[in-house]
Design a protein around this ligand. Structure first.
Ligand code: 0X9
Ligand code: ZN
Length: 306
C-alpha cells in the first residue's frame, strides 16, 4: 500500500517532512517553531500557491495534539500530499492555496506520539515532568489560556485532562501560541484535527456562552457536514464544543478564537467508537477524504467572507 495509507512512526514523519520540503521548494517551506519537552523539533510546513505578499491571508492546521489519535497526523500528511499533487490541477485546492498560505503542524506532541509507538498505545498527553508531580504528562488541549483549569479539566497530574502548571506551561503549547500570536494579523482560520467521534466543533468549549459569530460558525460547520454526507455518506455532528460534547477549557481552538482568529474549528475524525483510537489503516483514505471535504468547504467559505 501507499505511504499515505499507513500510519508512520515519528522518525518516518521527520524524514517525510525533510523530503517533502526538499522535493517541492517552490511550494513548501519548513519552519521550526520550537521543541518538545524531550527536545524534539516542532516543524511547521508552510504551503503556498502563487501570490506571495506580507499581507496574504493564512490558515493554520495542527495535528497530533493527542498522542493516541493516530489518524490525525495521518490526515496532516495526507493533506500536504494532496495540496502538492493537485495544486493547479483541481480548482478548489488551487483557489485555497492562491488565497491563503497554509501552515501545517503534522505532530504537535511528538514525545507522546513516540510513546504510543514504543510503550503505551493509549497515551494521550505530552511527556513532561514537573517538580512535585507524581505522574508525567499534561493534556496540551487543556493547557491554553481559555478559562484555564476550570471545570472540564483537572489539576491532578495523574489525570488524563491535567491542565499543567499554568497556561502554556508546556513547550509544545507555548510554541504554537507564540507562532499564532506572531501571525495573528494574517491568520483567518484555525483548524485542529483530533479523533474520534466524527464531529465538527467550534467555540466555545470553555464556557456554555455562544461565540459572537455563532450563527456563521454553525452555518460553515453545517455546510461541511452536508458535503461529507453527500459525497461520503457519513454523518458528522456539529456545534459549539461545550454543548456538543462537553465543557473542556484550555483548548487551542477557544484560545485561537479569543486571540482574534474568528473562524476556529476542531475536527474529530473517524470513527464513532467501533475501533476508536485504533482505527485500522484501511480506513485512512476515507477518513482523510471526508476531513478534506470539510476543510475545503470551510476554507472556501472563509475566503469568501474575509
Ligand atoms: O477533549 C478534547 O480535547 C477534544 N476531544 S478528544 O477526544 N480528541 O480529546 C475536543 C476538543 C474540543 N475543543 C476544546 N475542548 N477546546
Ligand atoms: Zn484529541
Amino acid at each position: 500500500v501507499l505511504y499515505y495509507e499507513r500510519y508512520h512512526p515519528l522518525e518516518d514523519i521527520y524524514h517525510w517532512i525533510n523530503k517533502t520540503t526538499h522535493d517541492h521548494p517552490e511550494m513548501v517551506e519548513v519552519i521550526l517553531i520550537g521543541s518538545s519537552f524531550e527536545k524534539r523539533p516542532l516543524f511547521v510546513l508552510k504551503l503556498s500557491g502563487k501570490g506571495r505578499s506580507q499581507s496574504k491571508r493564512a490558515m493554520w492546521i495542527d495535528c497530533g495534539i493527542h498522542a493516541r489519535e493516530w489518524i490525525s497526523p495521518a490526515f496532516c500528511i495526507w493533506f500536504v500530499h494532496y495540496a502538492i499533487t493537485y495544486y493547479s490541477k483541481v480548482p478548489d485546492i488551487t483557489e485555497i492555496l492562491d488565497s491563503m498560505d497554509v501552515y501545517v503542524l503534522p505532530v504537535m506532541n511528538p514525545d507522546g506520539y513516540k510513546y504510543t509507538w514504543t510503550t503505551n498505545r493509549m497515551w494521550r498527553k505530552n511527556r513532561s515532568w514537573h517538580p512535585g508531580n507524581y505522574c508525567p504528562g499534561t493534556d496540551l488541549n487543556r493547557n491554553f489560556d481559555a478559562n484555564w483549569c476550570t471545570e472540564g479539566s483537572s489539576s491532578r497530574a495523574c489525570d488524563e485532562t491535567y491542565c499543567g502548571l499554568f497556561p502554556e506551561s508546556e513547550p509544545e503549547s507555548e510554541a504554537v501560541a507564540n507562532f499564532l500570536r506572531s501571525h495573528k494579523q494574517t491568520l483567518k482560520l484555525y483548524l485542529s484535527i483530533h479523533s474520534y467521534s466524527q464531529m465538527l466543533l467550534f467555540p466555545f468549549s470553555c464556557t456554555y456562552q455562544e461565540a459572537s459569530n455563532h450563527d456563521e460558525l454553525n452555518e460553515l460547520a453545517q455546510e461541511a457536514a452536508q458535503n461529507i454526507r453527500r459525497y461520503y455518506r457519513n454523518n458528522y455532528r456539529y456545534g459549539a464544543g461545550a454543548k456538543t460534547i462537553y465543557l473542556a477549557p484550555g483548548g487551542s481552538d477557544d484560545w485561537a478564537y479569543n486571540l482574534g482568529i474568528k473562524y476556529s474549528f476542531t475536527f474529530e475524525l473517524q470513527d464513532r467508537g467501533r475501533y476508536g483510537f485504533l482505527l485500522p489503516p484501511e480506513f485512512i483514505p476515507k477518513a482523510c477524504k471526508e476531513a478534506l471535504t470539510g476543510l475545503k468547504t470551510i476554507a472556501l467559505g472563509v475566503i469568501k467572507k474575509t
